[in-house]
Design a protein around this ligand. Structure first.
Ligand SMILES: *Cc1c(COP(=O)(O)O)cnc(C)c1O
Length: 405
C-alpha cells in the first residue's frame, strides 16, 4: 500500500484505525500454495485468532482457505462467514468436553490434545473421526511464551505417551484421521521444522486410517530489517519430498495441512494513529499517540518490534523519538526510534499490525476499540466501525442503590 493511501484513510477516521491490504494477504497465500504445489492435496487452515474480522474470514474463504479455530465462538464466526464445517478444524487447548462435543455436532474436524478428553470423547463417539495433537518436544526459538512444542509446554500429547495413546484408541475403537503439531510462532530455521516433522511421520505410522497430517504453523515473517523470515520455498521443496515419500510408504495419498496465521496477515496490516503531543524531556523526545496497549499490546506483552513511520511527513529529516500511548500506565510502542520529523497532528503507521493486534484489543481506560478497513482493488472498505459509548455500557447492569437500601 502507498503512504498516501494510508494517510487518506487515517484522515477520514475519527480515531485510530487498522488497515489490511487484501493484495498482500493473497500474495502470502499464493506463496504457500506455490511452495507446496508438489503435494497431492494441500489445505491451508487460516488461524482465526490472528485476525478474526468477518470480512477477512470471507476473504480467506474466497481464496479457498480452510479455518483453524480455538474456541466454539471462532467456529461460529467461520460458519457465519460461509465456511463449510468440513473446512474448519477445531484445535483448542484445555477446553471442556462439552464444548468439543458441541463443535463436533456441527460437523467440524476435532483435534484433541490431551489423553483425558481423548478417552472420554472416544468412548462416547467412537464413530466421529478425531485428529490428535502431538507435542514433538522440539524447541522453536528462545521465547518460552511462544514456543509451544518443548518439554514443559501445556500443548499437545507428548510423544512419550504414544503407547498410552494407542491403548486408548484401541480400547475405544475410535478413528484417528489426522495427526497434528503446532510448535509455536517462533520457528527460526527449517531444520527444526523438518526435525519435528520426522517425529510426526514416525507417530503417523501407528495409525492406519489417516486422511491428513497437519504441520501447524510457526512461520516467521520479518518485523524489522535484518529479521529472519522462514524460507517457505525451501521448506516447500524439502517437506514436499519427504511428505510424498511418507505417503508412498503409507500406501495412500494424504492431505498436507498447515495453519498459518501470522504468515498470512501480519505484513498486510497497518495500525494508524495520530500524534496528540510531542513532549521533550531532558533525555528523550516523546511522541504521544491517541492509542495505547488497549489497541496494540504486542510490544508491551511480547516485546515485539513494530516499525513506526510518519505517514504525514515521510520525507522529513529523521530524528529519535520514543513513541508512547495515552494510557495511564507505561505503554511504550518503541524507544528511541529513528522516525521522520514528527509534529503534533501527524499520523504514524505501525507496520506488521495484521496478526494478534486488533484481536487482542480491549476497552482499558474506557476507550473504544478502533475501526478496521480492508484495502481491496485500490479502494478502502470499512469492515468494522469504531466502538461507541453504548458499547462501553453494553451488558452492564446498573444497580439502583436507593431502591436496594
Ligand atoms: C495460533 C495458532 C496457529 C497460528 O500461528 P501463527 O504463528 O500465527 O502462524 C496455528 N495453529 C494453532 C493450533 C494455533 O494455536
Amino acid at each position: 500500500m502507498k503512504t498516501e493511501d494510508l494517510l487518506a484513510i487515517a484522515q477520514q477516521q475519527n480515531g485510530p484505525v487498522y488497515v489490511y491490504d487484501a493484495e498482500k494477504i493473497k500474495q502470502q497465500y499464493n506463496r504457500l500454495t506455490q511452495a507446496f504445489n508438489g503435494v497431492n492435496q494441500l489445505r491451508l487452515h487460516y488461524a482465526t485468532k490472528a485476525l478474526n474480522n468477518i470480512s477477512i474470514l470471507k476473504y480467506m474463504a474466497s481464496l479457498s482457505a480452510g479455518l483453524d479455530t480455538v474456541s466454539i465462538q471462532e467456529v461460529r464466526l467461520g460458519l457465519h462467514a460461509g465456511f463449510d464445517p468440513s473446512m474448519i478444524i477445531f484445535t483448542p487447548n484445555g477446553v471442556s468436553l462439552k464444548e468439543i462435543e458441541e463443535v463436533a455436532t456441527m460437523g467440524v474436524q476435532i483435534n484433541i490434545d490431551n489423553l483425558s478428553i481423548l478417552e472420554q470423547f472416544g468412548s462416547k463417539y467412537p464413530d466421529t473421526p478425531v485428529c490428535i495433537r502431538i507435542n514433538p518436544h522440539v524447541m522453536a526459538g528462545g521465547n518460552s511464551n511462544i514456543s509451544v512444542g518443548h518439554i514443559d509446554s501445556k500443548f499437545g500429547i507428548s510423544i512419550h505417551q504414544i503407547p498410552h495413546l494407542l491403548r486408548i484408541t484401541e480400547n475405544t475403537k475410535m478413528r484417528i484421521n489426522g495427526i497434528h503439531m503446532h510448535t509455536g510462532s517462533d520457528i527460526l530455521d527449517i531444520d527444526v521444522f523438518l526435525h519435528a516433522s520426522e517425529i510426526l511421520f514416525d507417530t503417523a505410522k501407528n495409525f492406519t486410517e489417516l486422511e491428513f497430517i497437519d504441520f501447524g504453523s510457526g512461520f516467521k515473517v520479518p518485523y524489522k530489517t535484518g529479521d529472519i523470515e522462514t524460507n517457505i520455498e525451501e521448506l516447500g521443496e524439502k517437506l514436499t519430498q519427504r511428505f510424498n515419500d511418507f505417503c508412498r510408504h503409507y500406501g495412500r495419498d494424504l492431505t498436507l495441512a498447515f495453519e498459518p496465521g501470522k504468515f498470512l496477515v501480519s505484513q498486510a496490516g497497518y495500525f494508524l494513529t495520530k500524534v496528540n503531543v510531542v513532549k521533550q524531556t531532558t533525555s528523550t523526545v516523546f511522541a504521544q499517540v491517541d492509542s495505547g496497549f488497549n489497541h496494540l499490546i504486542r510490544p508491551m506483552l511480547y516485546g515485539s518490534h513494530h516499525e513506526i513511520v510518519n505517514i504525514s511527513n515521510p520525507e522529513g529529516r529523521e530524528r529519535f523519538y520514543s513513541v508512547v500511548g495515552y494510557i495511564c500506565e507505561t505503554d511504550t510502542f518503541g524507544s528511541n526510534r529513528k522516525i521522520a520529523e514528527i509534529s503534533e497532528g501527524d499520523y504514524l503507521a505501525f507496520k506488521n499490525a495484521g496478526a494478534y493486534c486488533q484481536t487482542m484489543a480491549s476497552n482499558y481506560n474506557s476507550r473504544f476499540r478502533p475501526a478496521e478497513v480492508l484495502w481491496l482493488n485500490g479502494k478502502a472498505h470499512l469492515v468494522r466501525k469504531q466502538e461507541t459509548f453504548d458499547d462501553i455500557l453494553r451488558n452492564q447492569i446498573e444497580l439502583d442503590f436507593a431502591a436496594l437500601s
